[in-house]
Design a protein around this ligand. Structure first.
Ligand code: C5P
Length: 224
């Protein structure tokens, strides 16, 4: 496949990352996690004690930060100013602050431009790109667009499990935080989370990862 772009969008906990990585492996493509880029800027802002509600300060930070991303689906990686932050960007503090950072138009402009460069660099191969605005803004020319959803309860359970939580209270808290992040991501003025035109919409509530992957491949005629 020459220059194939697969866009995978959806809310947190919908199974996007797992599905996108598996699609990349199955199709022999590179993989880009755009959420990791917003998380990396957020991590830097928290580390530098920058007020995340100050768009000007956040924009300046994003302007200066140099992000490097690795696009191997088996081992995706992200570094800021040469320092790997793969574990740091997954903390609860970063997760709860990232929507504020991602709502700043200047931050989005900068990261979207970089995402397009990463995509262009994979030609003539191809890449699976996951995020919130891939099929709509970053790569509207993607040949395959997938929008993954799942019930809020199932998404919270998955997130909670990822975080290694066990108690019912933990799941309830994670659900409340997920709800808040969904609301912020869907209501922001700049490139909100939305189903892009022409997307295959899949509800993964009752589907396993292999089932979702098979369904995507089947629908786009790539199954073998
Ligand atoms: O996918 P993940 O949960 O890692 O994304 C973290 C956050 O980054 C999202 O909640 C959203 O605020 C932001 N994001 C975005 N646009 C993207 C990817 C992520 O605004 N393309």
């Amino acid at each position: 496949v020459e220059g194939l772009i697969v866009a995978v969008d959806g809310p947190g906990g919908s199974g996007k990352s797992t599905v996108a990585r598996e699609l990349a492996r199955r199709l022999g493509l590179r993989y880009l996690d755009t959420g990791a880029m917003y998380r990396a800027v957020t991590q830097l802002a928290l580390e530098r004690r920058i007020d995340i509600e100050d768009p000007q300060a956040v924009a300046e930070l994003a302007e200066r930060a140099v992000l490097s991303v690795g696009t191997d689906p088996d081992e995706p990686s992200i570094a800021v100013d040469g320092v790997g932050v793969d574990a740091e960007i997954r903390t609860r503090a970063v997760t709860n602050a990232v929507s504020a950072i991602a709502a700043v138009p200047a931050v989005r402009a900068r990261l979207v431009a970089q995402q397009r460069q990463v995509i262009a660099a994979t030609r003539p191969g191809g890449i699976v790109v996951e995020g919130r605005d891939i099929g709509s803004v970053v790569a509207p020319d993607a040949q395959i667009k997938v929008f993954l959803t799942a019930s809020t309860e199932v998404r919270a359970l998955r997130r909670s499990r990822q975080l290694g939580e066990k108690g019912v209270d933990d799941v309830a808290r994670t659900l409340a935080e997920l709800d808040r992040r969904d609301a912020l991501d869907s209501s922001r003025a700049a490139d909100p989370l939305a189903v892009p035109e022409g997307a295959i919409v899949l509800d993964s509530t009752a589907l396993s990862v292999p089932e979702v992957v098979d369904e995507v491949l089947r629908r786009c005629g790539q199954s073998s």
